[in-house]
Design a protein around this ligand. Structure first.
Ligand code: BES
Ligand code: ZN
Ligand code: ZN
Length: 500
């Protein structure tokens, strides 16, 4: 899909369908503003309440260039937010995805975050709204037509809108890449196949990716990753992604770590199937978010040195599987008593976090579908954010919360009080891999903190990474949560400002 910007008046814009975003306050004036009038328009407008996500398609009179108009509600807030624009553009997708519609125009409304942000949000919503995962459909009675061209109509500020729209398209395509990886059937994303997919993305986008095999993982002493892998027929992989442009502003890298459990049966502490194991192809959503973020980072040519680490394995109850009671020697040298094989994510993340120290990083961010407790606490709408209480802790969380607001990938903080670490004391080893009861998201983060020696942000994305039913511009299945969050966090860090 190509994105362009036009200053031609809406009534003269030559497109197959024109989307006109409308908020309640602007409803009365929209006809005069756009050049729409007549009986059909009046009827459409009177049936339309401008609620966020609501749409109404009608066929305007001849003097209007576009044969179809789609009114798209922005809600009743006076100030139009980027989230409203994303949702409105995505809500129009069922109308714009019909065959025969090749060129779609969207009128860019005033937005409180500015014209660039408005262009970005509309492009993001539009691309994400057209996402479908139909790889395995042999008969498809509802094929989706992705229009070849999106034209953003803006009489002023067309340059800013263009810059925003280009960035939005790039980011949204990266989100779709992450969604695809999550939605892929587990047998098509064994650790080896996942690493191949990462290498392909690297080649196509311009970053580097190097994959370690099992022998190298053994040599490096990644006991946590190897323990989880013991029940599997497939060897683990550890993929190192790197983006280091000549104009990088940082000498010490920012490291992104993604949980890459390609399927989590729970291991011998087996999960029940319904509403539990049946979602666990998404247990590599953290890895997918890191890969998607790298795609965007490279395509946007971000002036930052960034490293990605993806430990990958499945977690299965094979004959040689690790068992409750096993004591594992981790990459860092610490020992962990395994009391539940389903708490596997922290075992491999601990090794990746420990290895991350070798980069002397300025900051490490990990993303992981780590705990069911995060879903209990926060549901599907928001990820948990936690950080070690070193210098700058609250600034880091603030910065992440700002990126959450601009991206729509929402986060909510949880505490890291030392009291929670009590639960992880083992009688036979340095640590045990599960807490006793309560606050499972926090005890998981406290576990990881033992392997961290730098400023660190932990994002538990178990809730928002995968949905049973669609929500706004997020479809059922993999959502690509975290890609846009990371991109905006990194962009704001690069620009040196606290928010964009
Ligand atoms: N992958 C799961 C967490 C999860 C649950 C992700 C629901 C997405 C949706 C993780 O490996 C796990 O099983 N965690 C256990 C930890 C427990 C045994 C301490 C959990 O949350 O039940
Ligand atoms: Zn598990
Ligand atoms: Zn898991």
């Amino acid at each position: 899909m190509k994105v362009s910007v036009s200053t031609i008046a809406p009534a003269e814009l030559d497109v197959d369908l024109l989307v006109v975003p409308v908020n309640l306050a602007g409803k009365a004036e929209i006809g005069a503003a756009i050049g729409l009038s007549g009986k059909l328009f009046d009827a459409a407008l009177s049936d339309f309440s401008a609620k966020l996500g609501e749409t109404a398609v009608f066929y305007p009179e001849k003097k209007f260039q576009s044969p179809r108009v789609c009114l798209a509600g922005l809600g009743d807030a006076e100030d139009v937010t980027v989230e409203a624009l994303r949702r409105a553009a995505a809500a129009a997708a069922p109308s714009t995805a019909k065959s025969g519609i090749e060129t779609v125009g969207i009128v860019v409304p005033d937005c409180k975050d500015g014209a660039e942000a408005a262009g970005e949000a509309l492009a993001v919503g539009f691309v994400l709204g057209h996402y479908r995962f139909d790889r395995y459909m042999t008969t498809n009675d509802q094929p989706v037509n992705v229009p070849a061209r999106l034209v953003l109509q803006s009489s002023q500020a067309d340059k800013q809108v263009r810059v925003g729209a280009e960035r939005g398209k790039t980011v949204a395509e990266a989100v779709c890449q992450a969604r695809d990886l999550v939605n892929l059937s587990p047998d098509e994303k064994t650790p080896t196949l996942l690493s191949k997919a990462i290498e392909q993305t690297a080649k196509k986008s311009g970053f580097t990716a190097v994959t370690w095999d099992k022998a190298m993982i053994e040599e490096e002493g990644m006991g946590g990753l190897l323990a989880v892998n013991r029940g599997s027929m497939e060897p683990p992989t550890f993929t190192v992604l790197e983006w280091r442009p000549d104009n990088a502003m940082n000498d010490k890298p920012i490291v992104l770590v993604g949980k890459g459990v390609v399927f989590d049966t729970g291991g011998l502490s087996l999960k029940p199937t319904k509403n539990s194991m049946d979602h666990m192809k998404a247990d590599m959503a953290g890895a997918a978010a890191v890969v998607g973020a790298f795609q965007a980072i490279a395509k946007l040519e971000m002036p930052l040195y960034i490293v990605g680490l993806i430990p990958a394995t499945d977690n299965r109850p094979g004959e040689n599987a690790y068992v409750p009671g096993d004591v594992v020697k981790m990459h860092s040298g610490k020992t962990v008593e395994v009391l539940n094989t389903d708490a596997e994510g922290r075992m491999l993340l601990a090794d990746a976090l420990s290895y991350a120290s070798s980069y002397r990083p300025e900051l490490v961010i990990d993303l992981a579908t780590l705990t069911g407790a995060a879903v209990v606490a926060l549901g599907n709408h928001v990820a948990a954010v936690l950080t070690n209480e070193t210098d700058g802790a609250s600034d880091r969380v603030d910065q992440m919360q700002r990126a959450a607001r601009t991206s729509g990938d929402r986060v909510h903080p949880m505490p890291m009080f030392e009291d929670y670490a009590e639960q992880l004391k083992s009688k036979v080893a340095d640590l045990k891999n599960v807490g006793d009861s309560g606050a499972g998201t926090i005890t998981a983060a406290k576990f990881l903190e033992n392997f961290v020696s730098y400023p660190w942000i932990h994002l538990d994305i178990a809730g928002p990474a995968f949905l049973d039913s669609p929500n706004g511009y997020r479809p059922a299945g993999g959502t690509g949560f975290g890609v846009y969050l990371l991109v905006n966090f990194l962009l704001s860090r690069a620009s040196g400002r606290k928010s964009r």
